[in-house]
Design a protein around this ligand. Structure first.
Ligand SMILES: [Zn+2]
Length: 299
């Protein structure tokens, strides 16, 4: 159990119940509990390392959100899917920002793929990223100067038509501070677009503690659509739309099969991913990852 007093960032309750132990399959092999808020059911990772120690849980050449490795079938598939998703993400940004070109801020921009793509299509792009290596790659590869993450909190006066966090919010230690900052930088009718893994998805239920998107301790928070709605409401936002990220079911399922040492992990992952994908066609709320489009409530 988490020794430090914990206050739920969604409902402010301070009691929690363990769900199960999860292993950091990716880097350290260490175990961390998944805890569930007794007030609202929000899930979060317990026994977290100190903030200044979290960096070592990201130090792997395989951490593909931040690197460009193409080794192995799973990573090759990931890179192919990324090309498709870049176009899909920008389509969603354009639709909900209500314009073909505008000002875009990507928080947790990684190596800058999405910003580079958006810039090619005429958007004025800004980004923040915690990892200096990823920022360097973005500069060398695309010539995009992505700012360190703490620069986000410096008042700049810039307002954005769209702010995006693609699989980033689950990594952010201070959710309240980020939501306030995002709210201050978004135009009144701008779109906040957030992609998150969904622990209510059918693949999450199938794999239990082996579900790859628990990704402890890198994922501090674990969201479901109901909890995103509640968290958004706390910060005077509302969910305007939800879109599935169907390919995530395949990738996460293949990784989960690897984590539980299955024989034929790719094949089994494809089968489970396909089932999850089929279910998500009927219910976005059951999709492995969900893109949430959020809008500020009018004052
Ligand atoms: Zn709660």
């Amino acid at each position: 159990m988490n020794a430090a007093p914990f206050v739920c960032p969604v409902c402010n309750h301070n009691g929690s119940t363990p769900v199960f132990q999860c292993k950091d399959h990716f880097i350290t092999g260490e175990k961390f509990p998944i805890l569930k808020c007794n007030g609202c059911g929000f899930h979060f990772t317990g026994n977290l390392p100190a903030l200044n120690d979290l960096g070592r849980y990201y130090k792997s050449d395989d951490y593909i959100s931040h690197s460009d490795t193409r080794q192995g079938m799973v990573n090759r598939v990931y890179h192919l899917v990324r090309e498709y998703m870049l176009a899909r993400k920008l389509k969603i940004v354009k639709k909900y920002a209500g314009k073909e070109k505008g000002n875009l801020l990507d928080i947790g921009a990684g190596t800058g793929y999405f910003l580079s793509y958006a810039r090619q299509k005429g958007w004025t792009v800004s980004g923040t990223e915690k990892d200096p290596d990823a920022r360097n790659v973005a500069f060398e590869k695309w010539g995009i100067k992505i700012l360190p993450d703490n620069e986000l909190f410096h008042p700049s006066g810039d307002l954005f038509d769209a702010i995006t966090l693609w699989h980033v919010m689950e990594h952010l230690p201070d959710l309240d501070a980020h939501w306030k900052c995002i709210s201050s930088k978004l135009t009144p009718d701008g779109a906040l677009i957030i992609a998150l893994p969904n622990h209510e998805s059918s693949d999450a239920k199938h794999y239990g503690s082996f579900w790859a998107a628990w990704d402890v301790p890198r994922h501090l928070w674990h969201f479901s659509p109901a909890q995103v709605r509640q968290l958004a409401g706390k910060h005077r936002f509302r969910i305007e739309a939800m879109h599935p990220m169907p390919f995530d079911a395949f990738y996460i399922s293949m990784m989960s099969e690897k984590y539980r040492n299955s024989s034929f992990p790719l094949l089994k992952g494809l089968i489970t991913g396909k089932i999850s994908w089929l279910i998500s066609l009927f219910s976005t709320a059951k999709c492995s990852s969900v893109i949430y489009v959020l809008r500020k409530n009018s004052e």
